[in-house]
Design a protein around this ligand. Sequence first.
Ligand code: PHE
Length: 347
Amino acid sequence: MEKDIAHIRDTAHRAIRETSNLEELEKIRIEFLGRKGALPLLLRTVKDLPEDERRHVGAEANRLREDLERALSLRHNELKKTEHEHILTNEWLDVTRPGTRHEKGHLHPVTTMLAEIERIFHSMGFETADGPEVETDFYNFEALNIPAGHPARDMWDTFWLKPIPDKIGVKPLLLRAHTSPVQIRYMQKHNPPIRIIVPGRVYRYEPTDASHEIQFHQIEGLMVDTNISVANFKAIMEMFFSRFYGKKVTIQLRPSYFPFTEPSFEIFISCVICGGKGCSVCKHTGWLELGGAGMVHPGVFKAVGYNPQDVRGFAFGLGFSRMIMMKHKIPDVRLFNAGDVRFLKQF
Ligand code: PHE
């Protein structure tokens, strides 16, 4: 019996000394002191011993229990301390490190550029007007001096909407091919003097490539008063482009044709990339084409109920998407609508 007690003492102490974690220490406690542990099992046999031996062994066993309990608790504290130190050295937290910033959304480059363009025009006395993107034949064509069957209709590859079946005689609607219909809508409701810009989405039924998209942005402009001339138009364009591109820009007006203006021009600006010397963006011409313009045709004034004898005005339509492409050297219009965050994040 005494040998058994000595054996338990030795093995238990060794186990306690050798363990290096708390979990194992608990297992050792159960193994020796638990309800079915070595020491309680031994104590259960004590009652069968003769009287004097019983007292002796019992006292011995109880001492061992106390002894082991103390050893367990000392080791427990030691292990607890090293575990804590381990956590402190390995799982430290640098509270001075800057946090990770959650990304917020931001405005689309078209929206930011538009705000800038509006600011410049507003400072020159222009107001912003708008109109619907789903238009009637009347506003997109007829009132702009382009009657049905006019060959100039081919200049705008138009998306026509499916006619409503029961409504016989109702002309099909279309997606506006330019922002010019808003000239008509505005003049129907207002009398001169007029100074407006109309930024907006337009649609063309065309194959897409790096410089063509079925949906893009234009900025229409309209100024009407009693004695407006091409000189006014040129001055305003020069002022606008120089401010938008932040450098002196020269304007060139080349003869063109639009049914709703006479005379009509194509608007060219000196290349903002090379300054006119010639580069790949301006195809080595030194000039960039940015839209169409002209003096408002008398037929248009008649269509809105003005007397063409009394008023003069100019109108222009700028390729807004192209203007942004030139400003930020964007090589492909399709990027604007592609929803690619890698592109959008740069603005
Ligand atoms: N609406 C024309 C186009 O889309 C541009 C333009 C606007 C021309 C106003 C003259 C006057 O091509």
